[in-house]
Design a binder for this molecule. Structure first.
Ligand SMILES: [Zn+2]
Length: 175
């Protein structure tokens, strides 16, 4: 689950930095009943402001009133939603950096015991993470042990456990 907003991977136009921090503020500009909306982000190095386009020349009536309220209130949840919106990412050619912006919640249960356990992993946001890391942290194993258990067929899943995943999956651990 996310613990804070991710950083935005985009080149600052004023310095060599490639990370922006979402400010949590929107800028709404009305012009003849057409609205432009940007999400403001600040360079993590020099603090220069960058504008990420959210809406372009939309009629006020075409925007849901609750969304308008949330824009005017600088709703933090809306910032999180929009940053993860593939359309917003494509339009602004951005990508998210989730390092140090998420944590694993094991639901309060300690490292599971038993001969065979089935585990469901649910992503509260599409955060690309190595499943080996999640399994190691969640089961109290080292990553090397998890790699070995996968090789030995003692950790099995319908999904590929190498590389990164950002969607829900299940796995079975046999000791
Ligand atoms: Zn900068």
């Amino acid at each position: 689950m996310p613990t804070c907003l991710p950083l935005v991977r985009r080149r600052c136009h004023a310095c060599a930095s490639e990370r922006l921090r979402p400010s949590g503020k929107f800028r709404v500009n009305a012009n003849h009943k057409l609205l432009d909306v940007w999400l403001l982000a600040l360079c993590t190095t020099c603090g220069e402001t960058a504008k990420l386009t959210v809406l372009e020349r939309m009629t006020v009536r075409s925007i849901r009133p609750d969304v308008l309220d949330r824009l005017h209130d600088n709703d933090p949840g809306l910032t999180a939603e929009l940053l993860q919106d593939p359309a917003v990412q494509r339009r602004n050619r951005i990508d998210l950096d989730w390092d140090n912006a998420w944590r694993l919640d094991t639901g309060g249960s300690d490292h599971p015991d038993g001969d065979t356990i089935d585990v469901a992993v649910r992503f509260a946001a599409r955060i690309p993470v190595r499943p080996v890391r999640l399994i190691a942290d969640g089961c109290g194993l080292s990553r090397a042990e998890v790699e070995r258990l996968i090789t030995e067929g003692k950790v099995v899943s319908a999904v590929r456990l190498s590389g990164k995943l950002s969607g829900d999956f299940t796995f079975t651990l046999k000791r």
